[in-house]
Design a protein around this ligand. Structure first.
Ligand code: 6PG
Length: 233
């Protein structure tokens, strides 16, 4: 497994490079397996990428979309990661609804996590995700794996409800065992405020984003601002 940064000038190039890599991973997965299992990141950075994927040369009937994490809010809540992806991408492409795996946040948190895990098993068995997209917070969290939270030490579950004291909220999140069960992982990291966490990722610090691995590559797509703030070349 290789973990490395790719520094590009601005957030525009981060999105352009990410789009190229999603399409490359899609083409490779179609060639090898005839379908593409993609995990979407939440937050705001990937929104423009999702909007640009609407017009990409992708056969969405061959694509299966999952969410690395979700806020425990209704799916039509502006805070919902599924809501962001639906509005930016999924409502605008012909992906079969049964191939979009949104969390059922009408269930109690732990039941929602278990339900999602069961659906993952049913959809994928022990197959790796073809590509997992992730973001990183300025504290080094990724998905909803926040520093100091219980989910960080879970080894026997793929999805858990994770109380996050700093947010005074429960989050639903894939765990390391499931996120790491990916062929490739692509982080999108933009902005000087991510610099300290980025430095910890590449200097052996103990931040969640630095603990994510993959079968092949973990690439951090980073803009100059974040790279400079993190002392990354
Ligand atoms: C979420 C995401 C989270 C996000 C980071 C970065 O639910 O918010 O899963 O891990 O990727 O907080 O968010 P930005 O890309 O908006 O900075």
């Amino acid at each position: 497994m290789t973990r490395y940064p790719l520094v590009v000038p601005t957030s525009k190039e981060v999105i352009e490079a990410a789009k190229m890599r999603v399409i490359a991973a899609y083409n490779e997965s179609l060639r090898m397996r005839g379908e593409f299992h993609l995990v979407l990141a939440g937050g705001q950075t990937p929104k423009v990428l999702y909007e640009q994927l609407v017009t990409a040369n992708i056969d969405w009937t061959k694509v299966f979309v999952y969410f690395g994490d979700e806020r425990y809010v209704p799916l039509d809540d502006p805070q919902s990661n599924a809501h962001m992806a639906d509005e930016a991408l999924l409502y605008h492409v012909p992906i079969p609804n049964e191939q979009v795996f949104r969390f059922d946040t009408a269930l109690e948190p732990e039941s929602s996590a278990k339900d999602y895990e069961d659906r993952l098993h049913a959809s994928m068995g022990d197959r790796r995700f073809d590509l997992t997209l992730l973001g990183m917070g300025d504290d080094g969290h990724t998905a909803s794996l926040f520093p100091g939270t219980d989910a960080l030490t879970v080894k026997d579950r793929w999805v858990v409800a994770n109380p996050v004291a700093k947010l005074n909220a429960v989050r639903l999140t894939m765990t390391y065992p499931r996120l790491n069960h990916s062929d490739n992982v692509l982080f999108l990291v933009v902005g000087a405020n991510k610099g300290v966490a980025l430095a910890q990722v590449f200097r052996g610090g103990d931040v969640p984003a630095g603990q994510v691995s993959a079968e092949y590559d973990v690439m951090f797509l980073v803009d100059q601002e974040a790279a400079r703030a993190g002392g990354i070349r």
